[in-house]
Write a protein that binds this ligand. Sequence first.
Ligand code: SF4
Length: 339
Amino acid sequence: MAKKVKAIGLLSGGLDSVLACALIRQQGIEVTGLLIRTGFTDHKEVSADGKRSVEDTAKALGVKFRVENIQDEYWDTLLYPKYGYGKNVNPCLDCHLHMIHVAARVMEEEGADFVFTGEVMGQRPKSQLAHQMKIALNESGLEGKLLRPLSALCLEPTIPELEGLVDRTKLKGFQGRGRTPQLQLAKELGVEDLAVAAGGNCYLIVPEYGDRFKDLLKQYGKDNFPKEDAPLLRIGRHFRISEIAKMVISRDESEYHLLQPYIAGRYFFELENVIGGIGIGTGEFSQEDMKLAAQLLARYSKAKQDEEVLVHVRLNEKTWNIKCTALSVDDPLVSHMRI
Ligand code: SF4
């Protein structure tokens, strides 16, 4: 009996990765949809309508599903990217190469014949990409075994095509940034409703997240970067109080709860006589810094202008009681400190 052809497809849940999986699956090939978690994507990886996870998408496509969590090893890629960052703190080129290495490892483990991705040529112009990709493929043992089903007809045939494991005539030759051919193909393949997933939702390309990340890098440097604070950068309002003191203020009740795990070992600011959020201070606060942070916390509370506000501050066994008034709503200091 002929050996079953197996392939590993990177599956983020976005349109292109869904189409690539559907195209390869359609050829009777056993596909494993591989979701790689860097630690900087939405954990649930749900569709835009909030109803479907990537795992659900894999099931609906009739492919197996595997998750690789690479959070720990990803830190090196993020903090020391060989090819630098994009507009924010997204080390896309290094990240892409890292994922290729992970996919190659999974291909070996699963005894698969090749790896494929939903990449479309010319969608992300990066002059270095072609050259670096060649090097990465060489290093990973994937050379000739990385197929891009959506753009295959614009590329040299890969080994699985040359060996007849994949029918090249059924692959596509999409190029450029337009989405029309993909939407048309989704209809033809009957996967339009599967392709609403938002993809990876990578925080590293979000400007606000990038600013907060760079701010921490400035305070701690790469070697001492507080990795445990990376999720905190997505919660609350962030303020730089001094070069060594930073404050995060909750915006609503859900953030009040999300901040709870960060209280231990940090400055905890709580309003005593007015309703408002809580504050978490990291770094080292002088008395003046604490007063400023308390005024800032009061600024986002129900305190009236000139009302005396009591703020209780705690750090491990130490406590302070601060009386202050809220910074005014339009005080330029607020926007100056905001990250
Ligand atoms: S957007 Fe994020 S996940 Fe995607 S390649 Fe760039 S860094 Fe990696």
